[in-house]
Design a protein around this ligand. Structure first.
Ligand code: ADP
Ligand code: MG
Length: 246
């Protein structure tokens, strides 16, 4: 685990631990998770890999409180998970922005506080993903990578303590994906949230995560630490220049 290398979060919330115990989840005759155990430390970055249909999204939906296990239990921050929590945010392959809301309103959606406070939080989050100048745009004029940045800002604006990422970069071109990997790593370091990334890209898993967990036949089949020094996503000046274009 590389958590010791991270600077302590300042005003940001600390990440929460996640404990999954003997979780079973099936859909009719289809048994997907068959007694899955997984423990994630506060602030850790864990990647989940496995073949298509093995239950990665099912697990993330359970962690996000969008679904409940048939049997078994999930604790977040040592507390049994009972449903949606503002501290736990999900991000998907599609940005899922509301097309009839401008970028800033998409990010401000569901934030606590009065209108001015929500707007300030939205603009701050957009600044963190490098899109402060696109706040007044409609989502449809943004590129795929920019839409995912907005989705990331929407999650960040809630100051999440757990960020669940379900193949968030899967639909992006290679260059945009590298830029987004760098952004996610930077934000994880700065904010200190616990990150769970589902990806089918093993190099992405190795680049970002402290640990790579393989799910197979409904259980954790492999759980390997990534013993590579950070930063693994290189801050190459050329990539930074290209990043500004995407
Ligand atoms: P992965 O994300 O690893 O590709 P999923 O977790 O999305 O896999 O799905 C695992 C299996 O469960 C798949 O066969 C999928 O079709 C099935 N499944 C997932 N959600 C449901 C649901 N709500 N109803 C019925 N089947 C589902
Ligand atoms: Mg999936």
């Amino acid at each position: 685990m590389n958590a010791v290398l991270k600077p302590p979060p300042t005003e940001a919330a600390q990440g929460l631990s996640i404990s999954v115990r003997q979780v079973v989840r099936g859909f009719g005759a289809l048994q997907v998770l068959l007694g899955l155990d997984l423990a994630i430390a506060p602030g850790e970055f864990v990647a989940i890999v496995g073949r298509s249909g093995c239950g990665k999204s099912t697990l993330l939906r359970l962690l996000g409180g969008l679904d409940v296990p048939d049997t078994g239990s999930i604790d977040i921050g040592g507390v049994p998970l009972t449903g949606l929590s503002p501290e736990v945010r999900l991000m998907y392959q599609e940005a899922r922005l509301l097309p009839w809301q401008r970028v800033d309103d998409n990010v401000a959606l569901g934030l606590p506080g009065d209108r001015a406070h929500r707007r300030a939080a939205a603009l701050a989050a957009l600044g963190e993903v490098g899109l402060a100048d696109r706040a007044a745009e409609w989502p449809r004029v943004l590129s795929g990578g920019q839409k995912q940045r907005v989705a990331l800002a929407r999650a960040l604006a809630h100051r999440p303590r757990v960020l669940l990422l379900d193949e968030p970069l899967g639909a992006l071109d290679a260059l945009t994906r590298i830029a987004m990997q760098r952004l996610i790593e930077t934000l994880w370091r700065e904010h200190g949230f616990t990150a769970v990334l589902v990806t089918h890209d093993v190099s992405e898993a190795l680049a970002l995560a402290d640990r790579v967990v393989l799910i197979d036949h409904g259980r954790v089949a492999l759980d390997l630490p990534v013993d590579l020094p950070r930063p693994r996503v290189r801050g190459d000046a050329h990539i930074a220049r290209l990043e500004a274009e995407v």
